[in-house]
Write a new protein. Sequence first.
Length: 349
Amino acid sequence: MLGKLDEIRSKAIDELSSIGDLRGLEDWRVRYLGKRSALTQALRVLAELPLEQRRGVGAVANEVKAILERSHRQKKEALKEKAYQQMEAAVKFEKIDVTLPGRPIPLGRLHPTTQVLRQICDIFLSMGFQVVEGPDVEWDYYNFEALNIPRDHPARDMFSTFWIDVETPSGELPMLLRTHTSPMQIRVMERTRPPVRVVVPGKIYRYEATDATHETMLYQIEGLAIDENITFLDLKGTLYEFARCLFGSQRKVRFRCDYFPFVEPGVEMAIDCFACGGSGCRLCGGSGWIEILGAGMVHPDVLRRVDYDPDIYTGFAFGMGVERIAMLTYGIEDIRLFYSNDLRFLRQF
Ligand code: FA5
């Protein structure tokens, strides 16, 4: 037994001298001082020895253990000191070049639609309008009924949309993705009394074939002004001023009669085509004009529905397509580029 202990000690000390890093040292500790090491095993069988042998062998075994533990501590200190010196030498050798250019942080930017939407809202804010927003998922009542478009009205054909799969007991679908921002006219009037001056930016949805000027999801900005003595002149003046601020005074603007059940009279406003200068091209469908908004004087029945007396109050409303206006502002020839997520396109704005 004593011979075995001596052998363990000399082998362990021998191996220790050749260890060069802390990881190797930890392996060594597990091998010679760990629970399954030969030394621990030897200490365990001590109990089985006769008393007189146990004392002598026990003392030697504990001494070997103490030697190994001390050697381990000393080696660990020495290795740590060595690692520290190496690190110090490396730091001294290393140089920090403060003149190196920093790593560029990739910057995002606002989508062209958002940029134009904000510009438009700013113009109307400067004319005293407030900005409000409303829900994308709308009730049939606000999107159609309250705007003089009952279930059997042919004007519903102009606004084919996506219906939400919720049925009333009578089997009707009352919920849809709004086809225009006009339902917000009703929501705003229901909760305020005149005077009203609001613009409502937001997304709208239409179930239609896409082409260079038509998308199925787009942004509109609705405008509504209600007060005593508001006339068609106010409508034209406001929209002319808006066009002048956004496009400059050299751009031509055209008003023509149009039909929307919730206004009377109704108009559409168009801007001369930027691509062909008015001579006619693919973008403007050969007409030389690009329609940007529908507008009109709010229909008396709509006013009555929200308890506004049409003998006292009158007003105008308009709804414009933001992408169409962005196309005119930036000279973009295809509306489908806006939401095709092509960074080559988006990075230009
Ligand atoms: C309307 O949506 C009416 N709510 C506008 C209105 C408001 C009239 C208030 C009277 C009073 P219209 O469907 O014409 O009207 O759309 C208005 C504008 O949205 C169009 O002039 C056009 O600029 C844009 N627009 C309509 N459909 C699309 C589409 N599929 N893709 C791109 N832009 C569109």
